[in-house]
Design a protein around this ligand. Structure first.
Ligand code: ZN
Length: 162
């Protein structure tokens, strides 16, 4: 079965920057699962996945504009610590990436300065402005259930749990 709209795709990946430094890898955990064609992934990766067969390994470079976008200057914000998903003081150090609860789900931000009740953060995605070098291994492709299509995301291992 190949990757197309309304398929649930399970894959493993390694993500490196242009210098070959590893940024992320899924291999220590379950493969990632997503519902194809529902904007669940960065556009460049979804494009590169399209029409690939289960079992395929491939490498692709996603440029910043098709990834997490270009960095936007002046994207500093003061956020109450109670809106952070991680509240442990010792983890709120400058440079640390934490998740903020937003209307559209959790969103990563980078701590600039930490105060008693608030943190100053840079709201650029940590990978904004970067060309992303992916090594992908497609583990499984299956039809999405009606429920998954209605929800717009994958359920089960590597997907959403309700
Ligand atoms: Zn759901």
């Amino acid at each position: 079965m190949k990757v197309e709209a309304d398929k649930v795709v399970q894959f493993h990946y390694r993500l490196n920057d242009s210098e070959g430094n590893e940024l992320e890898s899924s291999y220590d955990n379950d493969p990632v699962a997503y519902l194809h064609g529902h904007n669940n992934m960065i556009p460049g990766l979804e494009m590169a996945m399209t029409d690939r067969e289960q079992g395929t390994r491939f490498s692709t470079v996603v440029v910043a504009k098709d990834g997490y976008g270009e960095r936007v200057e002046g994207s500093e914000q003061r956020i109450p610590i109670k809106h952070l998903l991680v509240k442990k003081k010792s983890l709120l150090m400058p440079g640390a990436v934490v998740s903020v609860n937003t209307e559209n789900g959790p969103r990563p931000v980078t701590i600039i300065k930490s105060g008693r009740f608030n943190v100053d953060v840079d709201t650029n995605h940590p990978f904004a402005g970067m060309d992303l070098h992916y090594d992908i291994e497609i583990i499984d492709v299956r039809d999405a259930s009606d429920e998954e299509k209605a929800h717009g995301h994958a359920h089960g291992v590597g997907g959403h749990h309700h």
